[in-house]
Design a protein around this ligand. Structure first.
Ligand code: F6R
Ligand code: MG
Ligand code: MG
Length: 368
């Protein structure tokens, strides 16, 4: 029987402001998923958080986009919203953009990344959870994992990885998708995914045949809140799931790209470039200027549909230097104040609160 791993996430109220998730909400989410596990709706779960986002990590045998599983996540977020309202948490229910559930969480506010697979003899998986950034923030690290031999040694040393990988890329502006193969189309791929606010990696498939080609070996949530709401309602803090080892990047190769705190869009008011900071779930509490943006990595050994307990990878002191570097870059970027390239370029500010400010000045302009 195939196993499905679903991460479904939403911000349904921050504590305080947009920093973290109140323990009462995590408790509520745990109770809802425990009940669902008991009545067989899901096999296992782990309630995680990164910044102000609740990340429901669930295993089941129902496949991606399953109505029952999506409704469970939706109802769980509704129950958490009730708690958030009672506590007057900030932005209670902010990511639930619809009044009624319509069969699939897609297009309703919450984000999702789901993969279905036949469990291998051993199935190491990493769930990456981000806050204060957007799906394109995964482009660079996912490319490094599956396409960069200077990061993933297996691309050179492991014969079974030489066939390369298939990258499914979404154009989130035009609502189109394209598939490119590495290594031969590496330059074309980079031409697209370097433009990370528009082109985002959605899924990766292995070309070697060691893992069945139809099974995604990585998946990123690509849901665009502003596209759904038609206005700024916060960034689309993304999540991703990556399978590891035996013809896929080793666990350490999936973690290696995060030693570089690359610049991502988001941070304060979803309007600034800043360095991503890998950290433990406990430390994933964006504070300085509502940031800097965070990423958490939880490792699981999935067994017979069960998740078991996670290992919180970025707790490792080996990432201390990256965090220091990230703080240094944060300091450097902050000194630019309201100037680009700290502030996002104008075209990326379209879905923020800035256009309302500019509108006010429209009548003041005269011809040169
Ligand atoms: C970024 C984010 C925060 C808020 C900021 C202002 O994704 O959520 O940085 O944009 O705290 O929030 P409001 O406008 O709600 O006061
Ligand atoms: Mg928030
Ligand atoms: Mg968030």
């Amino acid at each position: 029987m195939k196993t499905t791993l679903s991460i479904i996430k939403a911000d349904v109220g921050g504590f305080p402001g947009h920093s973290s998730v109140h323990p009462a909400l995590l408790k509520k989410a745990g109770e809802e998923l425990e009940a669902a596990k008991k009545n067989g709706k899901i096999k296992d779960y782990f309630v995680a958080r990164c910044g102000d986002d609740i990340d429901l990590i669930m295993t089941h045998d129902k496949g991606p986009d399953n109505e029952e599983v999506h409704k469970l996540a939706w109802d769980t977020f509704l129950a958490c919203t009730e708690e958030a309202k009672k506590l007057k948490l900030y932005g209670a229910g902010q990511d639930l953009l619809s009044d009624t559930f319509s069969g699939n969480i897609k297009g309703m506010g919450p984000g999702s990344a789901e993969i279905e697979f036949e469990e291998r003899a051993s199935e190491p998986i990493i769930c990456f959870l981000m806050d204060k950034t957007e799906p394109g923030a995964f482009n660079l690290p996912i490319f490094r994992m599956f396409g960069d031999p200077f990061s993933t040694a297996g691309l050179v040393i492991d014969e079974s990885m030489h066939a390369g990988f298939e990258f499914e890329v979404y154009d989130v502006m035009a609502n189109k998708t394209v598939t490119l193969n590495t290594p031969e189309e590496t330059y074309d791929l980079l031409a697209l995914i370097g433009g990370k606010s528009r082109y985002v990696i959605k899924k990766i498939h292995a070309r070697s045949g060691k893992v069945p080609k139809e099974e995604a070996v990585a998946c990123v949530s690509t849901d665009k809140l502003s596209k759904i709401a038609g206005k700024y309602v916060g960034k689309d803090d993304p999540v991703a799931v990556v399978r590891c080892q035996s013809g896929l990047p080793a666990v350490g190769e999936a973690l290696e790209p995060w030693a570089f705190p690359h610049l991502v869009s988001g941070w304060m008011r979803g309007s600034h470039n800043g360095p991503i900071m890998p950290c433990s779930m406990e430390d994933a509490v964006p504070s300085r200027f509502d940031g800097p943006p965070r990423v958490v990595a939880l490792g699981f050994q999935v067994a017979n549909g069960m998740l078991g307990q996670p290992l919180d990878f970025f707790k490792d002191v080996a990432f201390d230097k990256t965090r220091e570097k990230s703080s240094e870059i944060a300091e450097y970027m902050r000194r630019h104040g309201p100037f680009e390239p700290h502030r996002l370029p104008s075209e990326d500010m379209e879905y923020t609160t800035l256009p309302a400010v500019l509108k006010k000045l429209e009548g003041r302009f005269t011809d040169l």
